[in-house]
Design a protein. Structure first.
Length: 135
């Protein structure tokens, strides 16, 4: 299978988040994201629209099966998105959180810095219902 290993060290994702959701991310704790996660390698191209109030920044030190850089062979939108796609059920550590801040000239209500954890998931923990690695 053809792979683009993850070379980028930082990716971005914008989203809408309530204060309750933001408060559920605790620094030093871990989060599982239960689906594929699309991010952008380029801050100026990450998904942002009028409804986005939170910036998630992902620090990546990962194996190719955890995330890969989507190339033009896989997406006709590669130039517009510069996408890095995370596989399902990756484990992330919450490194830092910020409220009401500016990043690269954009204002955000919330910010979360997450770092991918390179370890196999314990599928018997009750937190993970399926592990899907297609890469």
């Amino acid at each position: 299978a053809y792979q683009y290993p993850c070379k980028t060290k930082r990716t971005y994702r914008g989203l809408w988040m309530t204060e309750t959701e933001y408060n559920s991310y605790l620094e030093g704790e871990f989060q599982y994201i239960p689906s594929f996660l699309s991010t952008s390698r380029n801050f100026s191209k990450f998904y942002k629209n009028k409804g986005v109030n939170c910036l998630m920044i992902f620090k990546i030190e990962c194996h190719p099966h955890r995330a890969f850089e989507v190339g033009k062979e896989f997406s006709k939108y590669e130039k517009e998105e510069e996408e890095t796609l995370f596989s399902c059920y990756n484990k992330f550590k919450v490194v830092q959180k910020k409220k009401k801040f500016e990043f690269n000239g954009e204002e955000f209500e919330f910010g979360i810095l997450l770092e991918i954890v390179n370890e196999d998931l314990d599928i018997n923990s009750g937190k993970v219902f399926a592990v899907l690695n297609y890469f």
